[in-house]
Design a protein around this ligand. Structure first.
Ligand code: SAJ
Length: 419
């Protein structure tokens, strides 16, 4: 890759910021990766990725000669802010990290620099609060929003291939940002105004959240009317203009359960469908706990100890942020069950994690929360569980291999015995 004149700094080296920093470095820019976590910086200086992501270790190696890491920003030509934007307990956007990161670059900002916000923000934040902070520098700078749109687990591939939306405070800012991203993005780049770019990102994740809430509601209705929701959705999706997502134990990750609140809180009076969808998804943990209890009672099974299988928020990742497993663990504990969690990939979790084989000889029931590929072929031989609740329909094919003494029920299978 030809060396580029400009220098780039990424503030926030998380799941999105670190691959972005490496991609800019591999494209030929001299890159400085900045993160306030000194331990992470030490690991990166040694060339060790601080988390797992497909292809990240190799990408880091290929970018190394163009990248260095530090805890403080230094002067560069382009800054990318890629820090978390969580929600508060009251479900209000918490912009404190974006604001602090923006403040941290004010002392090193020069005339003509470009600042790009990649973090997800509420509409109006980049052109409002962020711009106000940058104006304290008294410098002439360009400002754009280029929300990340990569799918964790496929982050690097998606960062290169996906289309990008860039919104600028003015046309020049958008075009300047386009020049930088063009060096590694192979998808289309669409330029727009900054508030539209902010909204596009929120619309994408809100759309997915509402669609999943719809599927979850259908699963509950299917349980009531005695129809298998998985079969029904599969057939409905044969319609050329229908694409219903999958029901499950609720939504996790740092995006789908959170981003819709950024839109909803911008106009609570009108955000009825959004708020209801968020609450339907959040309520799935409690629903699964009731589902387990009901199905156990129907089968006259005495269940006291429950194994939660999978705490990753989605299949085959080691990321447990906002995982539905936690909602379920709490709902089960409130109902007096003993709960133990296991996951083949996750290393850090709010609750203790146990080895799978130990948990399965301890528990009376298992609830599959994450659709990890390895669960698809499990036969539960030697397990003490009498009941398996499959919230993701992962055992569809394995069912016939599971010992006859174990009852397997699937969320939304419509098999409740009534009467
Ligand atoms: N889920 C379901 N049913 C489904 C699909 C997903 O219950 O049919 C659950 C998953 O298990 C998970 C949650 O939803 O718990 C979210 O997972 P996801 O795979 O839909 O999304 P993320 O959070 O990994 O990534 C999303 C992506 N957004 C869209 O697809 C619109 C990604 O492109 C974004 O970059 C990312 O959010 C982000 O950073 O905003």
């Amino acid at each position: 890759m030809r060396a580029k004149r400009e220098t780039v700094s990424i503030i926030g080296l998380g799941y999105m910021g670190l691959p972005t920093a490496c991609l800019f470095a591999r494209a030929g820019f001299l890159v400085r990766g900045v993160d306030k976590d000194a331990r992470k910086i030490e690991m990166l200086k040694k060339g060790t990725p601080p988390f797992e992501e497909k292809g990240l270790a190799a990408l880091l190696r290929s970018a190394r000669k163009n990248i260095d890491f530090s805890v403080t920003p230094t002067p560069v030509d382009m800054f990318v802010i890629s820090v978390p934007t969580p929600i508060t307990k009251a479900r209000r956007p918490d912009l404190s990290y974006v604001e602090a990161a923006t403040r941290s670059i004010v002392p090193v900002l020069k005339n003509g620099d470009l600042v790009v916000i990649e973090s997800t923000v509420s509409p109006g934040v980049c052109g409002g609060r962020v711009k106000k902070i940058l104006d304290m520098s008294k410098k002439r700078y360009f400002l754009a929003h280029c929300p990340e749109r990569a799918f964790p687990g496929e982050t690097i591939k998606e960062m290169i291939r996906n289309d990008r939306i860039i919104g600028g405070v003015d046309g020049k800012s958008a075009r300047r940002a386009e020049y930088f991203y063009r060096t590694f993005v192979k998808g289309n780049i669409f330029l727009t105004d900054i508030a539209t770019a902010e909204t596009v990102k929120l619309l994408e994740n809100a759309y997915r959240g509402v669609n999943i809430a719809f599927a979850n509601e259908m699963a509950k209705i299917a349980d009531t009317i005695g129809v298998n929701v998985w079969r029904a959705i599969k057939l409905a999706n044969r319609h050329p203009r229908v694409n219903i997502l999958k029901p499950g134990p609720g939504v996790g990750g740092h995006c789908i359960p959170i981003d819709p609140w950024f839109l909803a809180t911008a106009d609570m009076k009108n955000a009825k469908l959004l708020v209801d969808s968020l609450l339907v998804n959040e309520g799935m943990g409690a629903y699964v706990a009731r589902f387990l209890e009901m199905r156990a009672a129907e089968r006259k099974l005495a269940i006291h100890k429950v194994a939660i299988m999978g705490v990753a928020y989605k299949s085959d990742v080691d990321d447990a942020r906002e995982t539905p497993a936690l909602h379920l663990a709490r709902a089960l504990a409130r109902r007096g069950y003993g709960v133990r969690c296991t996951d083949p990939y996750v290393k850090q979790f709010e609750l203790p994690l146990y080895p799978e084989k130990d948990v399965l000889v301890w528990a009376d029931a298992a609830v599959i929360i994450t659709d990890h590929a390895r669960y698809r072929n499990m036969n539960f031989r030697n397990a003490s569980v009498k009941l398996i609740v499959d919230t993701r329909n992962v055992l569809e094919k394995a069912r016939k291999n599971i010992s006859a003494g174990i009852h397997v029920v699937t969320l939304g299978d419509g098999e409740t015995r009534r009467g």
